[in-house]
Structures are given as structure tokens and as C-alpha cells.
Design a protein around this ligand. Sequence first.
Ligand SMILES: Nc1ncnc2c1ncn2[C@@H]1O[C@H](COP(=O)(O)OP(=O)(O)OP(=O)(O)O)[C@@H](O)[C@H]1O
Ligand SMILES: [Mg+2]
Length: 480
Amino acid sequence: MFNSLAGRVLALTVIFVMVAEILIFVPTVARFRVDYLQERLERAQIASLSILATPNDMIHPELEQELLANAGVTNIVLRRDFMRELVLSAPMQSMISETYDLRDAGPIMLIRDALDLLVTGGDRMIRTIGLPVQGGGTAIEITLPETPMREALIRYGIRILGLSLLISIITASLLLITVKRFIGGPITRVVANMAAFRDDFQNPERVIRPESTLREFRSAEQAMSEMQTHLMAAIKEKDRLAALGEAVAKISHDLRNMLTTATLMADRLEGSADPTVRRTAPKLINSLDRAVNLCESTLSFGKAEEASPEPRIVDLHSLVSDVFDAELLEREDCFVEYTNAVIQKTRIEADPEQLYRILLNLVRNARQAMEAQPDNSKITIGCQASTGETCITITDTGPGLPTKAIEHLFKPFQGGQRRGGSGLGLAISAELVRGHGGRLELHETTTAGTTFRIVLPARDLRVVTDTDISRLQTRMGGDR
Ligand SMILES: Nc1ncnc2c1ncn2[C@@H]1O[C@H](COP(=O)(O)OP(=O)(O)OP(=O)(O)O)[C@@H](O)[C@H]1O
Ligand SMILES: [Mg+2]
């Protein structure tokens, strides 16, 4: 019960109203006591005045007792003009325990006396002094037993507490109905929708329709509706990608078989009588081998991530030449001026197949970007080593990356802006570089050209130049 919103609202409202009522209760009780005493003082004044009608201020003792009983007191003293004291008195059962002067009692004192009466009061005899009404004297003093006043006070307190409880229950019930209507209802609806969406998230009917008339709930429903729509689109895209992945895997599988056959046939070209054919045969076989490799890694990618690199010492200069040759082979009418700025025999430690794919992707992108501008089309690959890092730069003189490609840089399928492109090249390259513990960066792109950088930790990709090798040889010779 108290774990529910309604239960808590009910309990808290009762508590809060009771607290408020208690704050009101204390001064009310004090007021009640003052009124009670004031009334007794007035009755006593009337009773004492009857003495005035008698000669010598003497009345019959029986009448005296009756007057005192009617006033509810045991003793009355009325002071008039400091001269006359009219006294009515009955024999007292006990001594006077307390005297209260109502003429100069402040609110705090009145509250304290009322609480004292409730808590410690009992069979005491008390004296109260007050002002007579309508200037009927300078002071009036009564003595009375405390018990009847205390009983009346307790009855009054109980009535007030009962009323408070009733008020708090009525308030809480009204609040409960309001909470159920305005908060409980919308929450239940949202929760029910969440459950329905979870069970059937591909059904557009399950997307919540904002209905709440309360602003806060309406914006929550709107946000939820947007989230569900995005989620559905994302799941759909994931499904499409999964289907595409499956298709790619199937194609790669069959393509690999076809390429293997092609490799076998190409092997025979090496024995051709035509020297041009003989010269190009190894490059053809090389390309076919790479294609087979690519198919195989695509197949394994379908199962998991890109295969982890198998680093070896690679001659970067030759690798770059291979990349350029492959490009030239692909486009015989190539207009691009390729520059291999890597120092000859620069050796680095990397997975040659993967590095080849990375460079080929970047070089091909650059060439494709410059296809519309046959003049001044240059692609340069260079390599710089600095402490801790090795940096391979691929620079072109093309038109620069389109804004959309920059916004979705390295994101599969999203960055592709080229007709006929799949938008995978940069994403795959970036992943392969990450596999080497490095990063692929777009260093600069302007209308005058673009530079991509492959930054690799020197730990993974060591640059060993000719100078290093000769220095090493000299040292080894010297050692001997
Ligand atoms: N050097 C570059 N100069 C200008 N634009 C480039 C360059 N490199 C990439 N781009 C832009 O970035 C986009 C993304 O390239 P990415 O290689 O990822 O995909 P793609 O080339 O379109 O398709 P593919 O998967 O066949 O490589 C390209 O479509 C192209 O618009
Ligand atoms: Mg590309």
C-alpha cells in the first residue's frame, strides 16, 4: 500500500494535515482555558453583586452556597474602589496550589499554563484574578477546583483532534482522486505502452500517441514517441544491414571460388610467348591473390570483426609502388601523377595485406575525387617518423571532401558521396588502422587538396631507413 504513489499521497496528506492541526490546536486550547476562566469570573461577578442588594452585605449562608455553586467556584472576592471587598466563600477542601492573574498574562504564558493543565493538572485548587466586566470593580478574584476545567479541556481537545482527523481524511481522499486522475492515469498509460512496444517493437501502431492534457506528461509522451520512432528506424536499419551483410558474405564466398579459378588460369599466362603478357602476369596474379584475400576477410568479418593484423617487416616504398601500379593497371588512361615520396627501402612493421588495402582505399578515393579535373592531379605518399609515432601521409590536389562526407567521416555507408561508391572505404581503412593501435586522420581538406594521415605508434610500426641499416652494419662490424 505505502509503496504505491496513491498510498504515499494518502499517508503523507494525513500526516501533514495533522501537523497543521496540532499547530492550530495548541493556541486553541489556551484560548479555551482563558474563555473558561473568564466565564467563571463573570458568573462570580454576577453572584457577588447580589450581595449589594442585601443590608450590611450579609446574606443567608444557604443562598451564599447556592450562588457559589451556580458560579462553579468556591470563593469570590470583588474589589471595588479599593474600599469594599465583597466576599462569598464556601469551606475549602484543600489549599490553593496556583494563582493565575489573567490581567497581564501574555500568549506564551497562557499556552504554557494550558499545557500544564493538560499534562500535570488534576485535583488542585486554583485562584484566578481578572478584571470585572463593565467596570464593576478594580479586580475580581475567584478560587475554584481545577478538575471540571481540565475535564472540559480534554473533551474539547478530543473533539478538535477528531475533527482534524476527519478533515485530513477528506483532504487526503480528494487529493488521492486528483492524483489518480491526473498522474496515475497517464503513468499507467505510458507504462502499458512501454510493455506493448517491448513485445512488438516493429509495429508502428505501438508508438505512443501523445494524448495527455497536462504539459509535463505531454512532453514526456512526445519525447517517448520520438524515441520509439528512432528506435524502430534504427532496428530496421540494423536488420537491413544484417541482410546486406548476409548477401555480401554469400557474394564473397562465390566470388572467392571464381577468383581462385581465375588465379589458376592467370598462372598459365606466365608461360606466354608474348613478353607484355608475361610481364603483366605476376601483377595480375598478385591482384587476384589480394582479391581472394579480401573475399576471405570479408567472410570472416561477417563472423566477427576485421581479422587482427599479423605484423611483419614491410618495405613501405615497394608497397606504395604496388599500390600505384595497381591503380595504373586499373586505369590505363590514368591522368594522375603518382609520387612515391617514401625513402627507398624504408621498412616498417605492419600487416602488409591490410596496409595495402588501407593505402589503396585512400589512393583510389583521391583519384576518384580528381576524375573531374584531369589537370594538375597529383597523389603523393610520404612517411615521417617522430618520437613515438610514425606518420604516413596521402596527399592529393583534388577538390576536397564534401561537407556531408566530413560530417560522417569514417562511418560506414553514411559518408559515401560518390556515385557508385558504397561509402565503406574510409570506414574499413579506419578500422584496419585502429587494429594496428593507430588512427586514421583527415589532416587537411581544402578546395586545393586533401591530406589523410595514418598515424601509428612507433611500437607497432617501426621505420628502419637505409641510414639506420648501414649504421647498424657499421656498429656490428666495429664490434667484431
Ligand atoms: N581524397 C578525397 N578527396 C575528396 N573527397 C574524398 C576523398 N576521400 C574521400 N572522399 C569523399 O568521402 C566519401 C567517402 O569515401 P569512402 O571511401 O568511405 O566511400 P566511397 O569512396 O564513396 O565508396 P567505397 O566504399 O567504394 O570506397 C567519398 O564518397 C568522397 O565523397
Ligand atoms: Mg572509397
